[in-house]
Design a protein around this ligand. Structure first.
Ligand SMILES: [Zn+2]
Length: 419
């Protein structure tokens, strides 16, 4: 990938970000119509999907027609032969391949043309520059967080360590940026406190990979004395959103992406939770249109934001759609509801709610010091009231280990409603 291509992309994205909302909408509409027309002709998966939904691609002329396009179901998409996902004429050997095994357990290779690589790199670069994650700053990357490759001359300014190793390094390496999944960063704070090491004073904390609760944000920002910046990203799309410093949640990374929130097949109202669908308007090697990414979230009302970012804002992400709590009778509740007793509680370092069966929960907590004596009763009565829980076991742990990718799933649903 050429540096000039990335710089050109930066300029295009910057110019488009400053365009008026009506011009942005016109651009997006034109790109959506082109994407759908192209996918219908050149991508076997979409040719079949559109035919099965009796969609004539010619009627998709813009954003107003988005809801007519069938949703791309994650499982169905991953199960189809790889050749059917690629656009005709695209040679896999000319593409960069990114791999994800994801939560479905079915691996997916994402093919990116040179132009798409430049587009993604430019998005990340602009987002990093905006929030102080300047590449030349000294970075300490903790835990399993896998940073993208950096040029050789910056490698000495990147240290990748576990929480325990980081404590030893901090004597001679003063990081300006500390990056990690949220739970890893909390573990580092605890480890430093335990060893009596004064906290480093980075300029900025970079979190991601897990939902950042208000309690975790407050704790991290106070301990390290730096703002936490969070990103919403996925292998399928690259950067999707960057945290809003003024109102929380995530602004979309650019007008090249469309994010919809859908509930029971209809667009959700602002603030209303639903499944997140993402469309990349610029992915032509392997188009992804109304792709069910597997997260539950809500959009904020469309209004200008004091932070100055012109793009729509996701008010928040609540968790993964497969971790919707199962209620008696098969109804489902948002995973965010299960996290509420711990969301603002700064005396809890880590927690995990596991639904073992309908009406049966296990709640693991790692308290910061002695456990608040009223917590168990409050959690039990909350789970009884909201999830008709007949049984809620509370277990106090020293720590909760993340999954092999380094992320801590805070709500895990093992129960099934038989669907
Ligand atoms: Zn904002």
């Amino acid at each position: 990938m050429r540096v000039t291509a990335v710089l050109k992309e930066c300029v295009r994205q910057e110019v488009e970000a400053r365009a008026s909302p009506s011009r942005q909408r016109r651009l997006q509409s034109a790109r959506l119509a082109r994407l759908v027309a192209r996918a219908a002709v050149r991508v076997p998966f979409y040719r079949e999907a559109f035919a099965a939904a009796s969609l004539d691609p010619a009627i998709v002329r813009g954003l107003d027609d988005l809801a007519r396009i069938p949703v791309t179901r994650k499982l169905e998409y991953r199960r189809c032969p790889p050749g059917e996902r690629l656009a005709a004429g695209v040679r896999p050997e000319d593409c960069r391949v990114e791999h994800t095994s994801g939560s479905t357990g079915i691996p997916l290779n994402v093919y990116l043309s040179e132009g798409e690589q430049a587009q993604r790199s430019a998005l990340w670069l602009r987002a990093r520059l905006r929030c102080g994650l300047w590449p030349w700053r000294r970075h300490l990357l903790v835990g399993y967080y896998q940073p993208p490759p950096v040029p050789w001359f910056l490698r000495r300014r990147r240290i990748h360590a576990t929480a325990a190793e980081a404590c030893a390094i901090l004597g001679h390496f003063r990081p300006q940026v500390i990056g990690a999944y949220t739970s890893q960063l909390l573990l580092l704070a605890v480890e430093l406190q335990r060893r009596g090491i004064p906290p480093p004073r980075p300029r900025v904390l970079r979190t991601g990979g897990e939902t950042l609760s208000p309690a975790a944000r407050q704790r991290l920002e106070q301990f390290f004395g730096a703002p936490a910046r969070d990103f919403y990203a996925a292998v399928e799309f690259g950067l999707i959103g960057s945290s809003c410093p003024a109102r929380g949640g995530y602004h979309l990374a650019s007008g090249d992406l469309l994010v919809e929130i859908v509930r029971d097949g209809r667009p959700a109202a602002p603030g209303e939770e639903g499944e997140v669908l993402v469309t990349s308007l610029v992915a032509h090697a392997m188009p992804l249109i109304r792709y069910e990414i597997g997260d539950v979230g809500a959009l904020a009302p469309l209004e200008s934001c004091p932070c100055g970012n012109p793009f729509p804002r996701l008010a928040g992400l609540s968790g993964r759609s497969e971790d919707m709590i199962v209620l008696p009778g098969g109804r489902r509740a948002s995973p965010r509801l299960a996290a509420i007793p711990f969301w603002e509680n700064t005396s809890i370092l880590q927690y995990r709610v596991t639904q073992r069966a309908v009406g049966e929960f296990e709640v693991e907590v790692v308290p910061d010091g002695p456990l608040d004596p009223g917590l168990a009763d409050r959690v039990r009565s909350y789970f009884r009231e909201h999830f008709e829980a007949a049984r809620t076991d509370i277990r106090v742990r020293d720590r909760i280990d993340p999954d092999p990718q380094g992320k801590l799933r805070k709500v895990v649903v093992l129960a099934s409603d038989g669907r």
